[in-house]
Design a protein around this ligand. Sequence first.
Ligand code: AP5
Length: 216
Amino acid sequence: MYLVLIGPPGSGKGTQAKRMAEELGFVHLSTGDILREAVREGTPLGLEAKKYMEEGRLVPDEVVIGIVREKLRSPECEKGVVFDGFPRTISQAEALDRILEELGRRLDRVVEVEVSEEEVLRRLTGRRTCRNCGAMYHVFFEPPKVEGVCDKCGGPLYQREDDKEDVIKERLRVYRKDTEPLISYYEKKGVLVKVKGEGPIEEVKQRLLEAIGVRR
Ligand code: AP5
């Protein structure tokens, strides 16, 4: 099964995609995570992506499409993939259709995760991420056991560069301009479902699983 989660920054795509992929035995494919790792490691990809990410702009389509094409060729993706943060433009969506077709697969469901702008701001300003393993927390909604320390690996927690208020505003603007048009793109294809993304994390996960036809 191939699933896409679409929603504004902070709507919980990463949180839910990770949990869904674990539960279903699928690959969690987050272009944001891949790009952040490249930035951390200082690879040529990371050096190119860094300036766009820090300003809240999108990394050029050909760069992210190349990453996804490469990743989808690996056998671990055969059972299923939960895409998080990709596609983000019509041209990325068209490329995904082509890549899946080449592989003899198709997109099964696209879920729009609906969250108000007020909630997005609350979530992003309180998000903390582990510098070592990338695990995610929220100072109020999902705090670590010890402040500033990752429960999973003991690594230090930090606030993402793009979670500063002015960059969040730019990311929301870019979402409305470049990514929201994907909602009608997928509606026309008959694969879109909408899910309310507010409420406890576990409840949202159950709603998502129901929406894709996997009841728990
Ligand atoms: P990316 O990493 O994809 O960021 P994003 O789409 O802006 O989404 P976020 O990671 O900010 O939020 P999320 O929806 O995953 O929410 P999360 O689960 O973390 O992209 C970053 C940058 O990389 C882009 O700006 C761009 O530059 C580049 N990029 C990436 N992909 C690209 C692409 N395809 N094309 C071009 N450029 C690309 O949750 C947020 C917080 O809320 C957390 O603290 C979490 O604990 C908390 N939370 C989650 N759910 C709940 C809940 N139900 N209740 C309370 N709190 C909750």
